[in-house]
Design a protein around this ligand. Structure first.
Ligand SMILES: Cc1cc2nc3c(=O)[nH]c(=O)nc-3n(C[C@H](O)[C@H](O)[C@H](O)COP(=O)(O)OP(=O)(O)OC[C@H]3O[C@@H](n4cnc5c(N)ncnc54)[C@H](O)[C@@H]3O)c2cc1C
Length: 322
């Protein structure tokens, strides 16, 4: 069973989530005694494509078409399905990010392929093909068997890690014929937010809740985020009150994130909040109440006033950096 991984690029560059995707797919391909084909769509320089060889991409199919520089899910799904058919690929792996979520279901319909989203680890069995995913906002796991001949999975961030497995990649250019109808609705321009780390991609997130008491008290949160090159986030009441924008709200009804470090200041740790952050690698909680539920899931806890502790952390990190 050969394996394809879809490597999304951002302005011609791959991110650490792509490296994790390739690492995971390589291990899966090895377990299936198969080679790994990585598909890149849009213009990416040869050097950047080759960098995926470090993580085990045996063959890279590059659809180096400027018309496809901006992701259009209908077009990307068509291209992926065409390549999968051409290469007789039976297993497609995508990241469980916005692009994976947009493309995978479309490919699944086109190829009549079973799809499981947000897989947490390598398959527990290859034959039958069984994968594990989280359900009920992370309160339980489900094991799902895919029986269709073509299978698709999307993998959760930080489910495997980045593993170097250097190979000499072969790069193949391929421009498939795509139905012009599919280009009828196109994103013509994308503008990236400047001077701000994007929450869903961030390795470090500084998050704060109602314990900060007022929107005027967010200075220490932003200062720490700046020193650590981190994104800022918040609990739902904070965004409901309009203290912070809804794009920062994490949890069951907000964004689900999995950074390497999540610092929660003045957040009680309600189950609906934890549902969005529990896959973080390391959770640090700052709370005045030693009985706050957040300490139950935190790796490190600081009992104290966030308004005092955040500036001290910022100062300590600043000093250690200089
Ligand atoms: C259907 C549903 C969906 C929901 N979805 C979400 C969701 O997606 N995300 C989400 O976050 N919530 C969600 N909620 C709300 C959730 O139940 C909690 O009410 C919310 O997470 C609490 O936010 P908080 O921790 O900021 O505030 P609080 O519960 O008010 O906690 C504030 C915390 O700050 C501490 N504190 C006070 N002063 C200080 C200080 N000076 N320094 C340090 N600590 C201090 C307090 O001890 C307390 O633990 C949802 C609720 C429902 C019913």
């Amino acid at each position: 069973m050969s394996v394809i991984a879809f490597a999304k690029n951002w302005n011609g560059k791959f991110k650490s989530s792509t490296h994790e995707l390739v690492s995971y797919s390589k291990k899966l391909a090895s377990d299936l005694s198969s080679c790994l084909i990585v598909v890149s769509i849009g213009e990416v320089a040869e050097e950047e494509l080759k960098s995926l060889g470090k993580f085990g991409a045996d063959k890279i199919i590059s659809v180096n078409d400027p018309k496809m520089n901006i992701l259009t899910s209908r077009v990307y799904a068509e291209v992926l399905a065409k390549i999968a058919e051409k290469e007789s690929v039976k297993l497609l792996v995508l990241s469980d990010n916005n692009s994976g979520k947009a493309i995978a279901p479309r490919v699944s319909v086109k190829m009549k392929a079973g799809l499981v989203a947000s897989v947490q680890e390598l398959p527990t069995s290859l034959d039958p093909f069984i994968v594990k995913k989280r359900v009920f906002s992370g309160k339980a796991f489900r094991y799902v068997q895919i029986d269709s001949s073509v299978k698709i999975i999307t993998i959760a961030k930080n489910c495997f890690g980045i593993v170097e497995n250097p190979v000499e990649s072969v790069i193949e250019e391929f421009i498939p014929e795509v139905d012009t109808e599919l280009f009828k609705v196109q994103v013509i321009e994308e503008e990236e937010q400047k001077n701000k780390v994007i929450l869903s991609d961030a390795d470090v997130v500084i998050s704060a809740g109602r314990g900060m008491r007022s929107p005027d008290n967010w200075g220490p949160v932003e200062d720490l985020a700046e020193v650590l090159n981190a994104a800022t986030a918040c609990s739902r009441p904070v965004s409901d009150e309009g203290w912070r924008g809804h794009e920062e709200h994490v949890g069951q009804t907000g964004k689900v994130i999995a950074p390497n470090l999540y610092i929660a200041a003045g957040i009680s740790g309600a189950i609906q909040h934890v549902a969005g952050i529990s896959r973080s690698k390391c959770i640090v909680a700052i709370n005045t109440d030693p009985e706050a539920p957040i300490f139950g899931i935190a790796d490190y806890g600081i009992v104290g006033d966030a308004m005092e502790i955040l500036p001290r952390l910022t100062e300590a990190f600043r000093n250690s950096k200089s």
